[in-house]
Design a protein around this ligand. Structure first.
Ligand SMILES: NC(=O)c1ccc[n+]([C@@H]2O[C@H](COP(=O)([O-])OP(=O)(O)OC[C@H]3O[C@@H](n4cnc5c(N)ncnc54)[C@H](OP(=O)(O)O)[C@@H]3O)[C@@H](O)[C@H]2O)c1
Length: 203
């Protein structure tokens, strides 16, 4: 939620979450939502909030539940309350060991892992760099593709359970991003990109 000035509100109470789901249903003109992600900020317990969404799932207003921006312990906490179908977290080349472990656990539990900022990386809302890091750029040049395509293809090679949600307002980039889905990387190439030093990754 945002306040009238557009600033993000602190996390919603269970009651506010119910209101937000009802408002989404009203605006979309639907009687249920296919997937609702609970987005977390910080390390606090999500039990009350996820429990409120689980009640809405039981009532038929939501089909499936997901999580976003979580730490490792949140997945187990949520799974004990209701099934989690997807986790949407920041992830890409240079991801932390915690995020690598979360991706692995999602694969093991057949939970879809949906990375955000897989192109922008640590630049976040500042978007893709005009010039990518030297490591990614050298790799892209050698393969005859763009750095953004390398970053996307790499995430998709981390497991069959990894989906991609790159953002773009540019039609050429959209075509390139779709094409990145067919870019094959060997295991050696996946490992090579995973081993880039942080200063070769951040751009
Ligand atoms: N759950 C969460 O907490 C959370 C947080 C952040 C974002 N998200 C979601 O994650 C998705 C992705 O986020 P995002 O769009 O901010 O980050 P992103 O996909 O990593 O990067 C988007 C940036 O990359 C550029 N770009 C895209 N394709 C490109 C290409 N082929 N070549 C060069 N540049 C390219 C875009 O600029 P152009 O427009 O010029 O292509 C934009 O600057 C969105 O759906 C967003 O809503 C979720």
């Amino acid at each position: 939620g945002r306040d009238p000035s557009g600033a993000w509100l602190p996390h919603a109470t269970p009651q506010q979450l119910r209101g937000q789901v009802e408002e989404n249903l009203r605006q979309l003109g639907r009687d249920h939502l296919d997937v609702v992600n609970l987005r977390i900020v910080g390390t606090d317990s999500l039990a009350d909030r996820f429990g409120a969404l689980a009640e809405l799932r039981d009532a038929g207003l939501i089909r499936h539940l997901g999580l976003s921006n979580i730490h490792l312990h949140h997945l187990a906490e949520a799974q004990a309350i209701a099934p989690v179908v997807c986790v949407q977290n920041m992830y890409g080349i240079g991801a932390s060991s915690e995020q690598e472990e979360l991706l692995r656990q999602c694969g093991e539990q057949r939970v879809a892992f949906v990375p955000f900022y897989s192109i922008a990386g640590t630049r976040r809302t500042a978007g893709a760099p005009a010039e990518d890091s030297s490591g990614v750029q050298a790799f892209a040049r050698a393969r005859g593709v763009s750095p953004a395509q390398v970053r996307l293809a790499w995430t998709l090679h981390r497991g069959a359970h990894v989906l991609a949600i790159p953002g773009t307002g540019d039609v050429d980039h959209l075509a390139q991003n779709v094409a990145a889905g067919s870019l094959h990387l060997s295991q050696d190439e996946v490992d090579e990109l995973a081993s880039l030093r942080p200063d070769d990754v951040e751009g």
